[in-house]
Every structure is written in structure tokens, then in C-alpha cells.
Design a protein around this ligand. Structure first.
Ligand code: DP6
Length: 342
């Protein structure tokens, strides 16, 4: 009697996906659970459009171990995190095959441009598709969160909120769209002041902050009202209100991290001068505000008509290497294999 299985699995399972970085306006900093990567606070972000990560994933019965390359080069450091993320997908699908992952960013990696957000959102989206997992964006967001917190937000486009959640298993700590990008198409000028990888990554930085910063409790206690203010500003498309709350959340996160021991200084001179330049423009009536993540780049968010003036002002700041501009875009999505070469 023939004992072959009724359906044979193909020997390879392939898919590709694209995701864009997001920039938090109300920041995520600190974890309440490291294993499930649960945040101590909720956060609100905007997803960008012209910066992207494109990732191809091939699960292959013939592979002895996972492989990961970024921009054409094997990346041993990130391979561990990629492998852990693939494990979550394999577990969910009941598949044990190793995978080959090839990823490409069209912007500098690890310089505070949220490459882990777009990277892991693209990986989860491509991996889930390759494995034929039927999961919605909310579940993808939960999986992406476990790979990198901010990746939970890049599953969605436009204005996005990632809930802190209450559950120990993290099922309610997922992102959702607050407003589509087209409903309020702000622009972002990113002033790149260094392309070097940061000295202290966000994970270790958050840990040090929680253990040593005297402001940790105040950070947690004031986040709910910041989230409510940002949500209201986004719903009303009130630029001045969004500017005020976003700069406050950014400076508060840095004040918290600066007060850790030893203090975390993510800025350089050009970062500070860039923030001052943005403030000076706003004082002249230009609708723009800044935000800065765990790195030295200044992200200036503005109304579309102000973009040329904002980008020109940032280009004049000594130490600014380049100004990249982008609009707001869609969430992570599968793309055809041909798009990878583009
Ligand atoms: C400063 O998402 O990189 O950009 O969860 O450890 O991967 P992990 O951290 P990550 O942290 C981002 C921190 C931030 C603020 C933000 O994006 O909200």
C-alpha cells in the first residue's frame, strides 16, 4: 500500500514584503516584560512612506540553519534577533524548516531611523505569508512586537497607537490605526547628522533607564495624559496641539534617559542645533515641530507647504550630512518577488 502523504509540502516556501519605519510622537521607552516585549507605556507614531525595508524570506527543507543578510552582507549581530523572530513564526505555523532571509534598507541602518521597526514588520509580514499563516494585522502586530517593540506600529500606516495592554501574555498590547495617512498628509524632513551605529541600543538603554533613572515613575505616571492629548490633536488635525505634545514627549524621554547612570546622551551638537532651528522656524509661524529618537537624527514634522523651507533650514545646520524628506505611508504588506530588485 502506498503510504505517501496525501499532500506533499513544496520544498521551499517563499514570500517578500515591504514595511516602512515609523516615528513615535508619543514615545515608547521601557518594558514591563522582557520575554513578551511588553512596554511600560503606550505610544503613538506616524508611519513614513519613501524610506523602506524590503525583505525576502525562504523557508527551505534543505537548510541546516537560518541565514540573514542585510544590504547584501551577512549580519551576524542581527541574525540572532532574526532567528528568534523566525522561531515565533515557525511555532505559530508548526513548521521546523530553517529560513534564508535577505533584507534591504534604502536608508542608514541603526542610526535612530527605526530600522528595526521596518525590518521586523517586513520580516513578520513576509514570513507569515511564506508559511501560509492566516493571521490579521492585529495578530501580525503582536508577533512583530515580540521581535521589536516599535515594529508593532509599522504593521499599520498613517497615525498609529500601540497600546500598553494589561494582559501578561501581551495579546492586548498591539497597534491600531488612529487615522489614515491621506486624512492628514503631513511631511517629515529627516536631518541625518551621523550614520554611525548608536553606542547603546534601545533595549539596553531602556533597561539602564528603568534601573537607574530617578524619573522613571514620573515618566510612567504622565504617559496616559500625553497619549490622550496626542489622540485628540490627531482626531482634530490640530497641528499646534500635536507639535506641543510631541516635542514634550520627546524631550521628556531624553530627560529620563539623560538622568540614567551613566546618562544616555543620544544627541550630538547638530542634533541640538537642529532642534533649536525648528523652534526658531515655528516662532516665525512655520508649522513644524521636531522629534528625536534613540539616535542623533532630527525628524522635523511639518505641513506640506512648509517642507522646502524646513529642509533648507536644516541643510544649513553645521554637521547635518543630508536631509531626506518623506510623506506618511501605508503599513507593512506583501510585495511580488520582482519588486525586490527595484
Ligand atoms: C526611542 O522598538 O527599537 O525609538 O522593543 O527593544 O526593539 P525594542 O526597542 P525599539 O525602541 C524604540 C524606542 C524609540 C521610541 C519609539 O519608537 O517609540
Amino acid at each position: 500500500m502506498n503510504s505517501r502523504p496525501r499532500r506533499e509540502l513544496p520544498e521551499q516556501l517563499f514570500a517578500a514584503a515591504q514595511a516602512q519605519p515609523n516615528i513615535a510622537l508619543v514615545k515608547y521607552w521601557g518594558k514591563r516584560d522582557a520575554a513578551f516585549n511588553l512596554p511600560v507605556v503606550g505610544s503613538i507614531s506616524i508611519t513614513l512612506d519613501s524610506l523602506w525595508t524590503r525583505t525576502a524570506v525562504r523557508f527551505d527543507a534543505g537548510l541546516a540553519q537560518d541565514r540573514f543578510e542585510l544590504n547584501g552582507k551577512a549580519d551576524a549581530e542581527e541574525a540572532r534577533r532574526v532567528g528568534a523572530c523566525l522561531d515565533l513564526l515557525r511555532q505559530r505555523a508548526g513548521v521546523s524548516w530553517r529560513a534564508s532571509v535577505s533584507s534591504r534598507n534604502n536608508f542608514p541602518t541603526a542610526a535612530g531611523l527605526a530600522s528595526s521597526a521596518s525590518g521586523f514588520a517586513a520580516l513578520v509580514t513576509a514570513g507569515a505569508q511564506a508559511l501560509g499563516l492566516r493571521i490579521d494585522d492585529t495578530e501580525k502586530s503582536a508577533l512583530a512586537r515580540r521581535c521589536s517593540g516599535s515594529a508593532a506600529r509599522s504593521i499599520f500606516g498613517g497615525y498609529v497607537e500601540w497600546a500598553r495592554g494589561e494582559r501578561a501574555d501581551g495579546a492586548d498590547s498591539v497597534a491600531r490605526e488612529l487615522l489614515p495617512a491621506a486624512a492628514w498628509p503631513l511631511r517629515v524632513a529627516v536631518a541625518i547628522t551621523s550614520t554611525a551605529a548608536k553606542e547603546v541600543g534601545s533595549g539596553p538603554g531602556m533597561r539602564r533607564t528603568a534601573e537607574t533613572s530617578p524619573f522613571q515613575q514620573a515618566w510612567v505616571d504622565t504617559q496616559e495624559s500625553d497619549l490622550a492629548a496626542a489622540r485628540a490633536a490627531i482626531t482634530a488635525r490640530d497641528f499646534a496641539a500635536l507639535a506641543e505634545i510631541s516635542e514634550h514627549s520627546c524631550l521628556k524621554m531624553h530627560a529620563l534617559a539623560l538622568a540614567a547612570r551613566p546618562g544616555l546622551i543620544y544627541w550630538n551638537g547638530a542634533t541640538v542645533e537642529g532642534m533649536r532651528r525648528v523652534r526658531a522656524l515655528r516662532a516665525q509661524g512655520v508649522p513644524v515641530f521636531f522629534t528625536v529618537d534613540a539616535g542623533p537624527q532630527v525628524k522635523a514634522v511639518c505641513e506640506p507647504q512648509a517642507l522646502p523651507r524646513v529642509a533648507a533650514a536644516l541643510r544649513e545646520v553645521p554637521g547635518v550630512l543630508e536631509v531626506v524628506d518623506t510623506g506618511l505611508g501605508e503599513g507593512a504588506r506583501a510585495i511580488p518577488a520582482e519588486a525586490l530588485a527595484a
